[in-house]
Design a protein around this ligand. Structure first.
Ligand SMILES: Cc1ncc(COP(=O)(O)O)c(C=O)c1O
Length: 381
């Protein structure tokens, strides 16, 4: 059996998206910047895609700029806030994605911009009181907090964070790479400055994403060159990717409730099965609280095969992601698990689910885990 439980890394593409993209690849090859008919028709497709994305987020098409993915969008928001918007302080957390944390490190290198980490509660959620305290004491601030953490699934209360940022006049960059297409967004109700997204996390193509930039703000391009994306990103557009992204988002949003119900129940089922069969198993983050329904970070009791577990899963046809906390003195390992003070002796595996996964797959994975941990599954039934 082959099981793909690594949907937080990337998702399989939706077949309707593949069909739409391949048909366009066959039929439309104009450059959207060309003013002749071949170009104009492709330009129309790109602008329709932009309108579709904007209507799904309840924002204006002029606020959506296509990028090469979430990483570029995160970079653009952070670097341009500093260069163009006078940001002098950046508040983030120790569990942000490297697309955010490494970019913050870069912009703070010269010492002209200061960075602050908001405290984490024991369950990995951000301490909102500390966030407010940091906001009270710092002007010209950008807050960078991810909507959902890709390793442990913890979600922030984006409405509350947006409200605090508005109250203290701070800009808000929210990495929504793991939540776009999985949760409904209404940017009129949730005022943020920037959102970063990548299509491959919602059954769209890789190498394409977008940044939402609130129209109240004006920044200059991160990638200079041509006048594409209304002068905001140089380079010929990834037109097939853009069209595929919009189609994938449309499909995800149309099926959001039913997919969520299905995936959430798979996650709960796997948690229950693991608790039933593996003594001492724990879960990282807050999986029964405010948590991304696609992600389950399992924390196994210490075992001599800790370092072999992912490999053994792979041999059994199971794709998942690994990581334990960094052991002392080493940078290797997960900065997220380290920030949560999870012992490096406990192997952690992230299982992340998609709409294509089934309960039989969960059963198979649990059986394989029991076998490798030498647990007699019939006795624990
Ligand atoms: C939370 C988060 N932010 C950013 C990224 C990077 O996105 P992309 O692969 O589209 O550049 C990822 C991808 O794993 C992610 O999970």
């Amino acid at each position: 059996m082959k099981v793909y439980f690594d949907n937080a890394a990337t998702t399989p593409m939706n077949s309707e998206v593949i069909e739409m993209m391949t048909q366009m690849m066959r039929e439309e090859y104009g450059n959207p910047s060309s003013t002749h008919a071949h170009g104009r028709i492709v330009r129309t497709h790109v602008e329709e895609a932009r309108k579709k994305v904007a209507s799904l987020l309840n924002c204006s098409p002029g606020e959506i700029f296509f990028t090469s993915g979430g990483t570029e969008a995160d970079n653009m928001a952070i670097r341009k806030s500093v260069l163009d918007l006078g940001v002098k302080n950046i508040i983030s957390s120790a569990i942000e994605h490297h697309a955010v944390s490494h970019t913050i490190e870069e912009v703070c290198k010269k010492g002209e911009v200061k960075s602050y980490l908001v405290n984490l509660l024991p369950n990995g959620h951000i301490d909102l009181l500390h966030l407010e305290n940091l906001l009270q004491n710092n002007a010209n601030t950008l807050v960078c907090l991810m909507h959902a953490n890709n390793e442990i699934g913890n979600m922030i209360d984006i409405d509350k964070v947006a409200q605090l940022c508005s109250q203290y006049n701070a800009l808000l960059q929210c990495d929504t790479v793991q939540t776009m297409g999985h949760y409904a967004f209404d940017l009129v109700k949730t005022p943020v400055t920037f959102l970063a997204c990548g299509a491959h996390k919602f059954n769209g193509p890789k190498g394409v994403g977008f940044i939402y930039i609130n129209s109240k703000l004006r920044i200059t391009p991160l990638i200079t060159g041509g006048s594409q994306e209304r002068n905001m990103r140089g380079g010929t557009e990834n037109v097939y990717g853009i069209v595929g992204l919009a189609k994938a988002l449309e499909i995800s949003c149309a099926n959001l409730d039913q997919d969520k119900l299905k995936i959430q129940s798979l996650k709960s089922y796997m948690m229950n099965e693991l608790k039933k069969h593996i003594p001492g198993v724990l879960f990282n983050g807050d999986p029964e609280g405010s948590s991304l329904y696609t992600v389950l970070s399992v924390n196994f009791p210490p075992t001599p095969i800790a370092e072999m577990m992912l490999f053994k899963l792979d041999i059994a046809g199971i794709s998942a992601s690994g990581g334990s906390a960094c052991s002392s003195g080493s940078n290797v390992g997960s900065h997220v698990l380290t920030a949560l003070n999870i012992g490096s002796d406990r192997p952690c595996i992230r299982f992340s689910f998609g709409k294509q996964n089934t309960q039989e797959e969960v059963d198979y994975v649990v059986t394989q885990l029991c076998a490798m941990l030498k647990i007699n599954q019939t006795q624990s039934n």
